[in-house]
Design a protein around this ligand. Structure first.
Ligand code: ZN
Length: 333
């Protein structure tokens, strides 16, 4: 290929693509990083998620799967499972090519992912010893999680300044959530689930009596119980009961219909419902197909005006889909 790059660094395990681009820049003869970004992506934009990645893939001097670059080297996996099918396609397209002036994919992660790369000083030392250079890991890029999950020390910015001084209590509180973020970042199953994720939410809600048999959600009870269990961590993440109940947020989230999904809240919801993301994703969901009411038929008609009132003339029952092809209600015909 005529436009093939003469070199491109191989990404390290869990390396953020922005970090790979930085390492490319250090080896290039370019004066400013903006030139390197243009060279690689044909855009100067420095965004959380890459833009125009197809351009880069066409020019790589070695084969690299697009899926691997997007799902193993960006923070996209913390957003992707929590949007519906149509939005998934739109976001992927937005990463693949430049459609228009607006780059929406990164906007969804603005509140959750640091715009500037962050590093653990200890991981850095280990990297230099092992590889001769250091890199930025995805797991260190989450806002409000300002510590290394392995070394339990403060993260630093590009020039070695401590980002925030983290207290031991913060680490104790937030580490279980960070472990689940890591789980999602490396979990291929959740990426392929699609609407099954929503179904699992519905089944877990049903199991804990947060949905009536008729399919009516009781999110008030869910919010109250989750808050009682996770108020400390929710508060630390800037979430309060009002936020949870605003605009029917919980119900929209479990149906993957919320316009701005909150990945950390999803993690806490799943943990609250099933103790861990692993359980949530792998436990056999409780069947939520309603039992046929009133035992086996035939059933008596209950319409006072019917000539067959109280006579067992109803022989068939059909199950009607209520929502998301997942929850059913019984309907006599
Ligand atoms: Zn570390």
């Amino acid at each position: 290929m005529t436009n093939e790059l003469s070199f491109f660094p191989s990404p390290f395990k869990d390396e953020d693509l922005r970090s790979v681009i930085k390492r490319y820049h250090k080896r290039s003869c370019n004066k400013h990083e903006i030139e390197s970004r243009r060279e690689l992506l044909n855009t100067a934009a420095n965004t959380i998620l890459p833009r125009n990645i197809d351009f880069l893939l066409q020019r790589l001097p070695y084969n690299f799967k697009k899926e691997d670059l997007i799902f193993k080297h960006t923070l996209f996996p913390i957003l992707f499972p929590f949007v519906n099918h149509g939005k998934k396609a739109t976001l992927l397209e937005d990463i693949s090519v430049i459609k228009d002036a607006k780059h929406s994919s990164s906007l969804y992660l603005n509140k959750f992912v640091s715009k500037e790369l962050r590093y653990c000083p200890e991981c850095k030392k280990i990297d230099i010893k092992k590889n001769g250079e250091y890199y930025a890991r995805r797991i260190h890029q989450l806002e409000r999680f300002n510590f290394c999950n392995i070394h339990h020390i403060n993260l630093e910015d590009e020039v070695g300044n401590t980002i925030f001084s983290v207290q031991h209590d913060d680490i104790l509180l937030l580490k279980p959530i960070l472990i689940e973020v890591e789980n999602i970042l490396n979990n291929e199953r959740i990426l392929t689930m699609g609407n099954e994720l929503s179904y699992r939410y519905l089944a877990a809600f049903f199991e804990k009596s947060y949905i009536t048999r008729a399919g009516k959600p009781i999110t008030y009870n869910f919010i109250e119980d989750m808050w009682n269990n996770y108020s400390a961590v929710l508060s630390r993440l800037g979430i309060d009961p009002h936020f949870l109940s605003m605009h029917n947020r919980i119900w929209k989230m479990i149906r993957l219909e919320h316009k701005t999904p909150h990945p950390l809240l999803h993690i806490i919801m799943m943990k609250f419902l099933k103790k861990s993301i692993d359980n949530f994703l792998t436990d056999k969901p409780t069947p939520i197909l309603s039992e046929v009411p009133f035992g086996t038929g035939p059933w008596a008609c209950r319409n006072h005006f019917c000539e067959f009132y109280k006579k067992p003339i109803i022989e068939r029952v059909v199950l009607r889909l209520l929502f998301l092809s997942a929850l059913y209600a019984d309907l006599f015909i």
